[in-house]
Ligand binder design. Structure first.
Ligand code: HEM
Ligand code: HEM
Length: 155
């Protein structure tokens, strides 16, 4: 399996761990968790594409390519919904705790939120006029987003 499958599983496990650390499940945590799941669903596309490119097994290539084709129409809406859910998560959290620059959890979330906005914008730009450069931007934003979400969940 591609290394990204393991990275994704690790972040999912860390997310579930952090969520269960909360003794109650208030709305801001539920929205954060939903955003994490939807992000991981879309990001797994990277693991699938990397596997298609790297596997020597033709059968696996065909199976994954067909699966990927079925998901394509949902990808853009899942990505856009992730952003809406995370914006709700952010406003609920700021309402609850207030805004403080020294709150590292909030700061890491804020950077992840900004990257997510860029991710969704680059996705729509890519859909309307795809170029190799836009593809790389979409992927590198995804990798940065993955790193900042890991920091946000890990803190
Ligand atoms: C892709 C973006 C994001 C994801 C996937 C995400 C996910 C999560 C999850 C699952 C939690 C609950 C588990 C935990 O306490 O660690 C959480 C908590 C938190 N998030 Fe986010 N978040 C994102 C963006 C943001 C943004 C934009 C902000 C604020 C502007 C933010 C602020 C916070 C804060 C302050 C907490 C701690 C809440 C508490 O201790 O009760 N997050 N986030
Ligand atoms: C959470 C947000 C998102 C994530 C994590 C994400 C991730 C990805 C990944 C990993 C790929 C495959 C990269 C490759 O070409 O190797 C991809 C492709 C693509 N994404 Fe996104 N994306 C997100 C949101 C969006 C949105 C909102 C759109 C809007 C239209 C979009 C449009 C596209 C398009 C057109 C492709 C190439 C076509 C294809 O899927 O084969 N993405 N995305």
């Amino acid at each position: 399996m591609n290394k990204w499958f393991y990275f994704n599983l690790l972040l999912l496990a860390a997310g579930i761990w952090q969520i269960t650390e909360h003794s109650r499940f208030p709305a801001h945590v539920i929205f954060g968790a939903a955003g994490l799941l939807l992000f991981l669903f879309n990001w797994t596309r990277h693991a699938v594409f990397s596997t298609i490119r790297n596997t020597p097994n033709r059968q696996t290539k065909i199976k994954l390519a067909n699966l990927s084709k079925k998901i394509v129409p949902y990808h853009r809406w899942i990505g856009t919904t992730t952003l809406i859910i995370i914006l709700i998560h952010a406003s609920l959290t700021i309402n609850l705790f207030g805004f403080a620059w020294h709150n590292v959890k909030l700061l890491s979330g804020l950077i992840a939120g900004i990257l997510l906005i860029a991710m969704v914008v680059s996705g729509w730009m890519r859909l309307f006029r795809s170029t190799g450069r836009k593809r790389m931007i979409h992927i590198w934003l995804g990798i940065s987003l993955f790193i900042f979400i890991s920091i946000h969940i890990g803190l």
